[in-house]
Ligand binder design. Structure first.
Ligand code: UD1
Length: 416
């Protein structure tokens, strides 16, 4: 197991290229199960979750190759089983359910189980597929789904779910007739998935709104598609500029999709401007506290909650964080307190009182974004912070220490 040793206290300056979006690439890779012709997907980040997905696609019968951030996938005879060993390391594996059901009328997908940020059920996915004509049983920890031909349905989600919307969208493009998804999630990654599917011949309308209409087609053809840049990686680098009082230019930064984040960072005292070369972020003044509530897009993303909390720890005054998406997403708080942060948790609310300085210490990463928050805190802390269990970080950030070191950070990877 690797850990990152972060020597803090250096303002970051220079430019960083934002990688392709993990959360857009994953559903697009699963959507390739729907195609009857080869597909090429560009700008796919080199991450553990991507390699897990490719391993799963190979097991499901697709021919896949990954080189230079390009994935080539050719259809083949499909197998219905997504085994627990892969699904437990990456919950997004459940996204093969919709494509398998609509392509081969059966799927055998391990039930993902809990994770460190909460229960994360898949009831909304299953309810939607049942409305389209699928039946499910639970056998030895596997969801066994069967159907004849899925048919279009009018589905209203109880809550906007990103994965649920993606799974149903993928099934609906090849189902019989029209499907309407109401109270759908509106995340940019869903728009990206719809754009990919439409480039293969799917009929979709309303993606990016809470009502998506899909008219099923008989088959989808091949395409070449380039994945959008990663808005959460970009936002994490904006926070890195802020917490170190540096100046970073982010190239290939999805500025329009980051509005909720940039507004809060500006409220904290950062200057963030879109220029012809990229997004320029600097922080010349002391940070001050703000309040945030995590919400579905276009609200403040839960995937940036840990990172902005690290900034709040060093901001003047008090900040309040309400986590409204996941019930257990404050695992980073006790670790931040080991660095000297003053935070109190009450249910889904964290109250942060800014301190003058953080001091380096060994800390433990609990999930992907929490790890990023701890690296940011380490960059600003006095002395050395060792962030352990960074396999979480490697799931979602492409060579983060190399990228940060090119702009002045002092981070090295060591074996435990
Ligand atoms: C996706 C993102 C993740 C992000 C999250 C919220 C990917 C690969 N992951 O996760 O990074 O943090 O969106 O923006 O894109 N829920 C149910 N029943 C369901 C499905 C979800 O109750 O059937 C609940 C969840 O427990 C959670 C909320 O709905 O409280 C939102 O979850 P969802 O949007 O589905 O998140 P993911 O797709 O798992």
């Amino acid at each position: 197991m690797d850990k990152l040793i972060v020597e803090g206290g250096v303002p970051l300056t220079g430019s960083i290229e934002v990688s392709g979006s993990k959360n857009a690439a994953l559903p697009i890779l699963f959507a390739s199960i729907l195609l009857t012709e080869p597909v090429t997907i560009n700008n796919v980040p080199d991450l553990r979750d991507i390699r897990t997905t490719i391993a799963l696609l190979l097991l499901l019968g697709c021919d896949c190759g990954y080189e230079n951030r390009k994935v080539r996938i050719s259809p083949n005879a499909l197998h219905p089983k997504a085994p627990y060993d892969l699904v437990r390391t990456m919950r997004a594996s459940v996204l093969c359910l919709g494509p398998l059901l609509v392509r081969i009328g059966q799927a055998r997908v391990a039930l993902p189980g809990g994770c460190s940020i909460g229960a994360r059920p898949v009831d909304q996915h299953l309810k939607g597929f049942e409305q389209m004509g699928a039946h499910f049983e639970l056998e030895e920890g596997y969801i066994i789904g069967r159907c004849r031909k899925l048919r279009g349905a009018h589905i209203t989600f109880d809550l906007p779910t990103v994965g649920g919307t993606e799974n149903l969208l993928m099934a609906a493009v090849l189902a019989d007739g029209e499907t309407v998804l109401e109270n759908a999630a509106r995340e940019p990654e869903i728009v990206e998935l719809a754009n990919f599917l439409m480039s293969c011949g799917a009929h979709i309308d309303g993606h990016g709104t809470s009502c998506i209409r899909i008219t099923g087609v008989n088959s989808l053809h091949g395409t070449e598609f380039t994945v959008m840049p990663d808005r959460i990686e970009a936002a994490t680098f904006l926070a890195a500029a802020g917490i170190t009082h540096g100046e970073l230019l982010l190239r290939n930064c999805p500025f329009a999709e980051l509005e909720a984040v940039t507004l809060k960072l500006q409220e904290m005292g950062m200057e963030i401007t879109a220029t012809a070369d990229g997004v320029l972020a600097k922080c010349a003044r002391p940070l001050h506290g703000v309040d945030i509530t995590t919400q579905p897009y276009p609200g403040f993303p839960t995937d940036m909650q840990a990172q902005i909390m690290s900034m709040m720890c060093l901001a003047e005054g008090a900040s309040i964080v309400q986590e409204s998406i996941f019930e257990n997403r404050f695992m980073h708080v006790l670790e931040l307190m080991r660095l000297g942060a003053q935070i109190k948790i009450s249910g889904r609310t964290a109250m942060v009182r800014g301190v003058k300085r953080l001091t380096g210490a060994p800390v433990m990463a609990s999930d992907l974004r929490a790890s990023a928050g701890l690296v940011l805190a380490g960059l600003a802390a006095r002395g050395t912070t060792a962030v352990r269990r960074i396999y979480h970080l490697d799931r979602g950030y492409e060579h983060i220490e190399n990228k940060l070191n090119t702009v002045g950070a002092r981070i090295r990877r060591e074996k435990e």
